[in-house]
Design a protein around this ligand. Structure first.
Ligand code: SAM
Length: 472
């Protein structure tokens, strides 16, 4: 039985409900009257249900798809302005006891180099990341209770926050580790993490069990109910995601939106972020083996519909995608991107020798952070290194209510400009700096509230004088 308020995975991600949703979407994919009414409803910025969004996804009418794209772009502007939040992944350990068939870290892979960073090595990685200008990290680990126990994760978080090198500091650590217990989530919360991220991989239980044949991750319910345990443990901000290519994308979108509806229904706060990874080539993984790969066009359509259906959520795209794809989907609703990422364990400090590959997947966008920042600004976006929200208590429902009422713009926009200024002063090339300074000047003039503008100008001057403010 379908029940968004249930705490049982098979009731809030109900297979029959998804099948009925897909049948309903098929029946209505040419129903222009309905599609128009859904687009009208979405313009009110309150989102769409999984059924409604599934109709839009099934629609193949080009004119309507273009309308969806325009609407997604507008919604993104309404909630997030022209800011793009920057982050980098940090791989701490690739030891893993699971058997995920799409991931090269699976237990049976005996030739991938297994690595786990010591605290000293983490320091080197973090300094390398700080020297690029990063302030926000997502830490990544395989699941291995012996090699990567929660105590190790906590120690690493502590080390990362403690490193202050030149003007650098990692101000927000998001965590992407396997589903765990309420008690462990509580410990992560106490360690001061930002968002807890866990990709569902696929919402289809049968496929899920086949794709995760062995190890603790095989348990569909335990994995799917992880966000409820995280919230019970006090974590306010959780990040959802699907690994596109494993299952039928229409099934996945319906499941993903049902998951968001469930979090809203039970906890009063939806996903802080939604990630949209696609399977990539990796050590012993050939993405062509999976039958459900999606084209760049379908991928763009999915991104636009997520933005329309869950307007307040942060949408994340990684360097799995190329510059061209990233450019397309940033316009359609993506609000956070990674830059200069390494998916190997220890890859920021030094390049791995070829016979020591520990990478999780091939990166498509290999540009430096300076190049990514410059490119974003040339496209008219403001790269933001701001991490203030969770330190200022703007998490969970408080963030959501500010975001939903459009007020977050009053603090996010000036903060983005100030952290961009810090980046330009401390890390940017001369060319990037020149473009950025002109952009900041123009953007400050556009800030509507005089008081906010004055505060912003004041801070920008202080940054110019070398004063760094770790509140942002
Ligand atoms: N071990 C943690 C877990 O079980 O959720 C998460 C960390 S894993 C390093 C991060 C994510 O990378 C996975 O959730 C999966 O979606 C993604 N991933 C794994 N193999 C991939 C591949 N070949 N291409 C692209 N993404 C992949």
């Amino acid at each position: 039985m379908y029940d968004p308020k249930s705490l049982k995975a098979e009731e809030f991600i109900n297979h029959e409900e998804i099948l009925e949703t897909l049948a309903y979407a098929d029946e209505n994919k040419d129903n222009i009257e309905l599609i128009d009414s859904l687009l009208e409803k979405a313009k009110k910025l309150k989102g769409l249900t999984h059924r409604e969004a599934s109709v839009l996804l099934a629609c193949e009418n080009e004119e309507k798809i273009n309308e969806m794209y325009d609407l997604a772009e507008q919604i993104k502007k309404d909630f997030y302005g022209n800011r793009i939040v920057m982050f980098a992944p940090l791989y701490l350990s690739n030891y893993c006891v699971n058997g995920c068939v799409y991931c090269p870290y699976h237990l049976k892979n005996k030739h991938i180099a297994r690595k786990k960073l010591t605290q000293e090595e983490i320091k080197r990685e973090v300094i390398a990341l700080q020297d690029m200008g990063h302030k926000r990290l997502a830490i990544e680990l395989g699941e291995d209770p012996v090699n990567n126990p929660i105590e190790y994760v906590l120690e690493c978080i502590n080390t990362i926050y403690s490193i202050k090198h030149k003007n650098g500091a990692i101000r927000r650590v998001n965590v992407n580790i396997a589903a765990t217990t309420v008690e462990n989530y509580r410990k992560l919360k106490e360690a001061g993490i930002g968002t807890y991220i866990l990709f569902q991989e696929t919402y289809n239980k049968e496929s899920y069990e086949q794709l995760h044949p062995t190890g603790p991750k095989h348990n569909y319910a335990y994995h799917t109910e992880a966000m409820d345990r995280a919230m019970e443990g006090g974590i306010d901000d959780v990040g959802l995601g699907v690994l596109f290519g494993l299952e039928l994308y229409r099934y996945e979108l319906a499941g993903l939106l049902m998951h968001a509806e469930h979090l809203e229904a039970v906890h009063g706060v939806g996903p802080h972020t939604i990630s949209v990874p696609r399977i990539k080539r990796a050590d012993d993984i050939d993405p062509d083996v999976f039958d459900n790969g999606i084209s760049d066009d379908i991928f763009a359509k999915i991104c636009a519909i997520i933005r329309i259906a869950v307007p307040y959520t942060g949408m994340i795209i990684s360097t799995r995608e190329s510059k061209a794809v990233r450019e397309k989907v940033i316009r359609l609703g993506v609000s956070q991107i990674s830059g200069a990422s390494r998916t190997s364990v220890g890859g920021y400090y030094e390049e791995e020798p070829e016979d020591e590959n520990s990478e999780q997947f091939d990166v498509s966008d290999k540009r430096t952070l300076d190049e990514v920042v410059r490119w974003l600004m040339e496209l008219g976006y403001i790269p933001s290194f701001c991490t203030a929200c969770y330190r200022e208590g703007r998490t969970g429902d408080r963030f959501m209510s500010l975001c939903k009422s459009g007020q977050i713009q009053n603090c996010c926009h000036p903060n983005a400009l100030m952290t961009l200024k810090e980046y330009l002063m401390d890390y940017a090339s001369e060319e990037t700096k020149a473009i950025g300074e002109a952009l900041i000047k123009a953007e400050v003039e556009k800030i509507p509230k005089e008081k906010v503008k004055e505060i912003c100008k004041d801070h920008l001057e202080k940054i110019e004088q070398g004063i760094r403010d770790f509140r942002f």
